[in-house]
Design a protein around this ligand. Sequence first.
Ligand code: SAM
Length: 259
Amino acid sequence: MIQPIKRLGQNFLQDPNTIRKIVDSLGAETNSRVVEIGPGTGALTKLLSERYSDFMAIEIDPRAVEWLSHELPGVRVVQGDVLEVDWVELAKDAPGEKVSAIGNLPYYITSQILFGLLDAAPVIREAVIMMQYEVAARLTAAPRTKDYGILSVATQLACTPKLLFPVSRNVFYPKPDVKSAIVRLEFPQSVTEQRVHPEWLRRVIRSAFNQRRKTLRNSLSAILNEVQMSLPDELGAKRAEELSPQEFVDLALYLHKAQ
Ligand code: SAM
């Protein structure tokens, strides 16, 4: 075993039933290219590499990479930072030019990993990821609920997120401070052409939620000044949490056309 390092988000899974349940949540065909994020000491890696012939794992901790080279010889484990992974490059030559991702994520970078996957949506088939329960609730939240925010809108525009099941703190060593859950992200088979520039869309969503208690007329005032527009009365009186992900796209498009 290796001594877990808190700074690297190392909470290792210990329970065989939970491990099997997580691996079984991945619907990918056995010939799919599957990439594990943060294999650590290999709790998921053993089962995954037995099931998928086109498998690789990315791990930042050289001690874990060394451990896995002895425990699971022949399994492809690359030492590196998942935040620097070029998913498009990884998907090249894969069946259907797409990859599936799986991992018990290091929680200190959950959002960055998630945004990396969302940005790479056209080359991702699905992702099964363990994250903090609170983040899972935000990803899957519906409009007009307290958890609905930037993360919900960004995720639901790129894929369909499903909160599959909660995971007890007791199945990890060491036990994490927060509750956990498994989420599956199902990406569309073909991505429809974005009609609106992603950065512009992100700016509109962010501005609206940064002052989520204000009406859109007020929270978007800087943008409205910039494009020299006002919003129709009914829309301007709404708050960010009342808009569906698609309504944010329509709003961004409407404001963009005005420029
Ligand atoms: N998969 C193992 C398990 O379930 O027992 C370990 C999961 S642990 C929560 C997260 C893993 O991600 C650790 O092994 C940690 O070293 C690794 N990790 C942390 N930051 C990383 C990064 N930036 N890139 C790749 N791996 C990272």
